[in-house]
Design a binder for this molecule. Structure first.
Ligand code: NAI
Length: 334
């Protein structure tokens, strides 16, 4: 019998990659264009598995409903799992899996795309030239060569980011409570404490998961301790940064530029076409007015390679549910 899976927040690229993965023909796909929340849980009725992404809500109320429908597996097609109540899942006997590894290059390369665009003002130049404004005023950037980058979190993505930035001839500092001295030595990266990283870095890039400990890692005090005019890049999770404090730091010039692929209130906004609507989020609206803020809509993972990796692990876990074989190593959260 085929496993039925309700895929929430499914976009055309999700359909294409999931149905192309090996073994996908043995799955009865139920693609849903809306996000999972307490009102949308009923769409999983008769499904044995539910597949969700970063902005789906899997809190206790939702998980209780899924368990009532005899859903046995919640398969996250992402790495982060801050949107799932794992305690509740455990109590309900619901298996939760994620994609522990997929192309870290996809995400790290997006960091560099944001950094280069922001620093060299490509977003502004693109718009100018289209209007036949060939002036260079206001487009002065700086050489990355010789500058200092601070990498917060040297897991899979932070390391690749550090290595790429070393390739520009940057000095790279790193902070991680679980450092990897061998890797650092091999790539010429220096581990320092968080305070020293903030004080010395021209560019700070965040690569830590969102947990109660890391929420608002970047807030008034941390912003004040950074080098004046520093650039911050966040492709990890929005709530690592206190947006209200960030806006103040941008207004005062303490922070010289920000590249964001994530935003603390992105749920319901990112991934949607709201172009015909009035934006209700005043802080996002304010951020969009700064010439030195560049925002993308949580797309750092969006490469063919990363999507194929995500689909491979997700389909393998759905198949494991069906035939009782082991789940993909490192993917089981409960
Ligand atoms: P990882 O688990 O390999 O590495 C995370 C690192 O952060 C670990 O080395 C850990 O020790 C460190 N860490 C934890 N707390 C810390 C703290 N307070 N200060 C400094 N370091 C700390 O994770 P990976 O794969 O590198 O991903 C990082 C994050 O990137 C994910 O948690 C996810 O939120 C985000 N992400 C975003 C994507 C996007 O499309 N924008 C795509 C994939 C991941």
């Amino acid at each position: 019998m085929k496993t039925t899976v309700a895929v929430y927040d499914a976009k055309p690229f999700d359909r294409a990659s999931l149905t192309a993965a090996e073994g996908a023909e043995n799955i009865d796909w139920r693609f849903l264009e809306f996000r999972l929340d307490p009102n949308a849980a009923h769409a999983a009725v008769d499904a044995q598995a539910v597949c969700v992404f970063v902005n789906d809500c899997a809190n206790r109320a939702v998980l209780e409903k899924l368990a009532e429908f005899d859903v046995r597996l919640l398969a996250l097609r992402c790495t982060g799992f801050n949107n799932v109540d794992l305690e509740a899942a455990k109590e309900l006997g619901l298996t939760v899996t994620r994609v522990p590894v997929y192309s870290p290059y996809a995400v790290a390369e997006h960091v560099v795309a944001l950094l280069l665009a922001l620093n060299r003002k490509i977003h502004r130049a693109f718009n100018r030239v289209r209007e036949l404004n060939f002036s260079l005023n206001g487009l002065v950037g700086f050489d990355l060569y010789g500058k200092t980058a601070g990498i917060v979190g040297t897991g899979k993505i932070g390391r690749i980011t550090a290595q790429i930035l070393r390739g520009f001839g940057m000095r790279v500092l790193a902070y991680d409570p679980y450092p990897s001295p061998e890797w650092a030595q091999q790539h010429g990266v220096e581990y320092v404490d968080a305070g020293a990283l903030a004080a010395a870095s021209d560019i700070v890039s965040l690569h830590v998961p969102l947990t109660p400990d890391t929420k608002y890692l970047i807030r008034r005090e941390t912003l004040a301790s950074m080098k004046r005019g520093a650039i911050i890049i966040n492709v990890s999770r929005g709530a690592l940064i206190d947006t209200t404090d960030l806006i103040e730091a941008l207004k005062s010039g303490q922070i010289g530029g920000v590249g964001l692929d994530v935003y603390e209130e992105e749920e319901g906004i990112f991934f949607e076409d709201l172009s015909g609507q009035v934006l209700q989020d005043d802080e996002l609206a304010r951020l969009l007015t700064f010439p030195n803020v560049l925002i993308t809509s949580h797309q750092a993972f969006l490469t063919q390679e990363a999507l194929a990796d995500i689909a491979r692990t997700t389909v393998a876990n759905l198949r494991a549910l069906a035939d009782g074989s082991p789940f993909v190593e490192g993917s089981v959260l409960t």
